[in-house]
Design a protein around this ligand. Structure first.
Ligand code: TYM
Length: 324
């Protein structure tokens, strides 16, 4: 039997090249080798305030992006989190397994909650809902970017604790964090990751940016002092741009430095912009291909398939806990 993958993204903000290179690209690469579940996590989205009609639209738009990126609905299961109510139900159970102390250590909560009294309780237990997503499907592998590593560790801890206290119930999942591209950085502050919630739009290349915008953003991206175009941890801006070039062009890592030897930042940025625009062109054309009716049919089918597995896991969990 094939091993299982689960992953997801939030239908908030605009997806950027970091989301693609850190996550979606690997979902596509791994989807035939594994039985794959790719979820649109709208329940996670409401941990921060969302406009209802925008959230509704973005949920369908994210399905379009999954498909355009190459997630094949004939091979993978694509569905909306809220269509499978077991996600919220198992999250409640796991909320009773998780400890305050371990959630207080989650860096994403500290970043997004900013220590405010007004932060939602949902934001605090966000990682528990994420554990529930993963554990419901007896997932073996979770392809994500670097920023989700801590949440994956918590997921493993919760699975192990539950198994210890109630008997073997959950598969303990492994993260899949790609060796290159797991943390694409901001074009403006290369010590920060590229983020959907960055207020400065110039810091990110969005998957739906037009060619002119992409070219301008890359032209204005910050660089490091010096002139060398090489991978070098002490020069994060150029290393980040070169990483994007490597992944989008497909040119082997070793050949990227050689390719730009003796060239200046101007030439490099021009080529990077061309490669990015050409990479996104067919993707953007594909995004426009899917009408709402087709999408809804894919998502309905996905939810049915997901529900069958999720309900079995939850039944088993309840039984072990004496909840009937
Ligand atoms: P989200 O929507 O923030 O991001 C989706 C995926 O993109 C990755 N990512 C990045 N990768 C490289 N460089 C970046 N700058 C960058 N920014 C984001 C993220 O790591 C993620 O893989 N909590 C998740 C959604 C989620 C989930 C799950 C994921 C909910 N349940 C279960 C896996 C399994 C999130 O916020 O993703």
């Amino acid at each position: 039997m094939k091993k299982r993958i689960f992953s997801g993204a939030q239908p908030t903000g605009k997806l950027h090249i970091g989301n693609y290179l850190g996550a979606l690209r690997n979902w596509v690469a791994l989807q035939t080798e594994y039985e794959s579940f790719y979820c649109i996590v709208n329940l996670h989205a409401v941990t921060l305030p969302q406009d209802p009609s925008t959230l509704k639209r973005k949920t369908l738009d994210l399905a379009r992006i999954y498909l355009a990126a190459g997630v094949d609905p004939e091979v993978s299961t694509i569905f909306i989190q809220s269509d499978v109510s077991e996600h919220a139900e198992l999250a409640w159970v796991l909320n009773c397994v998780a400890r305050m102390g371990e959630l207080e250590r989650m860096t994403q909560f500290k970043d997004k909650g900013k220590g405010e009294e007004r932060a939602s309780v949902g934001l605090f237990t966000y990682p528990v809902l994420m554990a529930s997503d993963i554990l419901l499907y007896q997932t073996d592998l979770v392809p994500v970017g670097q920023d989700q590593k801590q949440h994956l560790e918590l997921t493993r801890d919760l699975a192990e604790r539950f198994n210890r206290d109630f008997g073997e119930t959950f598969v303990v999942p492994d993260p899949y964090i790609p060796p290159v591209g797991a943390a694409i950085m901001s074009l403006k502050e290369p010590q920060k990751k590229m983020s959907k919630s960055d207020e400065n739009e110039a810091a990110s290349i969005f998957l739906l940016d037009d060619p002119d915008t992409i070219t301008k953003k890359i032209k204005k991206a910050v660089t490091d002092s010096g002139t060398a175009i090489t991978f070098d941890d002490s020069r994060p801006a150029i290393t980040n741009l070169l990483t994007i070039y490597h992944l989008l062009s497909g040119l082997p890592l070793e050949e990227c430095e050689e390719h730009f030897a003796g060239k200046g930042y101007g030439d490099f940025k021009k080529e990077l912009a061309e490669v990015t625009v050409e990479f996104l062109r067919p993707f953007q054309a594909k995004v426009r291909e899917f009408d709402d009716a087709t999408l809804k049919a894919i998502l309905r089918r996905g939810a049915e398939k997901a529900s069958a597995i999720a309900s079995e896991t939850l039944r088993n969990v309840y039984e072990r806990m004496g909840i009937r």
